[in-house]
Design a protein around this ligand. Structure first.
Ligand code: ZN
Length: 449
């Protein structure tokens, strides 16, 4: 359905929310488990470039095979996407892009909001997220990211704050007040950007909710009631790669706060052989052995979450696809996309071994494109990425160090996946019939039952 924001702007917020949230009638076919993958900064060309480097041919990512694919618009409550003029000028996509906080909130709630908003609407009021609904259904809940646990994407599923900049309070809400069973990511205050032990400073505690919260975690006392019995359920802290690997099989603690032993992201900020923006090809600088992969975090998270017979809902973010794209570091971006694909593959293996596609829905998408990645010599033409063969960097060019307003791909498979088709009813001259991210968020929430 098409929502022309200019026509409804000015109505009361409650009317706006009602207009934006699509009404979908489900005959049957809801999902017991929902696994939502978000590659932050993902665009079509990020996938194509990764395919060419990794496989020497296109459409080889696991989520491109056996999933149904749709284009998805990502504009904020103040934005718009106009397919009729979007491709006419090279400049169009650079204007009015959304950000990770607003778009993650939209995917988590079905409601469009302002850039920077964490789990709140454009008036600053807290929104009910899909994890809230999962809790109401007595399911287990989790967030996983390759960047800091309180960064925009994971935070938007759990916390409520008008500004993503209030990271310390956002992360404190997640650790000290939330009922989640799994919070995995980076942001460990005692390690540096290449996993080296560092002297702690006040700044380093922001990403673990402040010193007080961190001391409570260390003392085994942090954590609110997770199972509804009124008693606190303290987090078990995991902070080594071996610790995450142990969680991948067998019995697990009830709740796990997992902090990879690294400052801000699993791999993307590790020291490089040279200037990472231009000279690092994928894996030219060996990956840090001390950081878990996103695939390992995914397997570990699912093994904790599937302890609950009622099912679970989890969001899993490839957060550094965006960071590499901001830096126009194509090699690092491809590394992140390869790990993201491996994480989806790990979740698919979990479904096939422990569940079924009749009861589990996997959604794979992004929040907005980042970097305006195109083929060589793109401006003013939107030239395609050039395939130089497996193991060779493809031909590409970046046209922004920030986000763009392009349509991005969405992939769905499993319980309720067929319901997305009815919402893809707007037409883009290049990408075809597309869906909006608010519709995706609302439908995914509705399918969880
Ligand atoms: Zn970004």
């Amino acid at each position: 359905m098409h929502h022309d924001m200019s026509k409804i702007r000015g109505f009361a917020a409650i009317v706006l929310a009602a207009v934006i949230a699509p009404s979908v009638t489900l005959a049957e076919g809801g999902a017991k488990n929902v696994i939502l993958f978000i590659a932050d900064g993902l665009g079509y060309n990020h996938i194509i470039a990764t395919n060419y480097y990794q496989h020497g041919e296109d459409r080889k990512q696991v989520y491109e095979n056996g999933f149904t694919q749709y284009p998805m618009s990502t504009y904020s409550v103040r934005g718009k996407y106009e397919p009729d003029i979007a491709w006419e000028s090279f400049l169009y996509f650079k204007v009015g892009a959304s950000d990770s906080a607003g778009t993650a909130t939209t995917l988590a709630t079905g409601v469009k909001t302002l850039n920077g908003a964490i789990g709140v609407d454009q008036g600053g009021e807290p929104l009910r997220t899909i994890l809230d609904k999962a809790e109401e259904l007595e399911k287990s809940t989790g967030v996983v990211s390759s960047v800091q646990i309180g960064h925009a994407t994971p935070a938007s599923f759990v916390a409520h704050n008008k500004s993503r900049g209030n990271v310390e309070d956002i992360t404190r809400q997640m650790i000290a007040e939330s009922p989640l069973e799994v919070i995995f990511g980076a942001g460990h205050p005692e390690f540096g950007e290449s996993g080296e032990p560092v002297d702690k400073d006040d700044e380093s505690y922001r990403y673990v909710g402040g010193l007080e919260t961190w001391e409570a975690v260390r003392a085994g006392k942090a954590g609110a009631d997770a199972d509804g019995d009124g008693e606190p359920d303290p987090w078990t802290l995991v902070e080594s790669r071996a610790g995450f690997q142990q969680l991948m099989e067998g019995d697990t603690p009830k709740r796990v706060l997992g902090l990879a032993p690294i400052r801000s992201s699993l791999q993307v900020n590790r020291d490089g052989v040279d200037d990472v923006r231009e000279d690092d090809d994928p894996f030219q600088t060996p990956l840090l052995e001390t950081s878990p992969t996103l695939a390992e975090l995914t397997s570990a998270a699912l093994n904790v979450l599937d302890n609950n017979p009622n099912g679970f809902c989890v969001s899993i973010e490839g957060g550094a696809v965006d960071w590499a794209s901001h830096a126009n570091a194509a090699g690092r971006m491809i590394e992140e996309m390869i790990d993201f694909g491996a994480a989806v593959e790990a979740a698919m293996a979990w479904v096939e071994e422990n569940s079924s596609w009749d009861e589990t829905l996997i959604v794979v998408t992004g929040d907005h494109e980042c970097g305006y990645l195109m083929g060589p010599d793109a401006d003013p033409e939107h030239t395609p990425i050039v395939n130089n063969g497996k193991g060779k960097m493809p031909g590409y060019s970046w046209h922004s160090t920030s986000h763009t307003n392009q349509l991005i791909p969405l992939f769905v498979k499993g319980a309720g996946a067929e319901k997305f088709e009815a919402l893809a009813d707007e037409e883009d001259p290049v990408r075809g019939k597309y869906i909006d991210n608010a519709e995706v968020g609302a439908l995914t929430m509705e399918l969880l039952e």
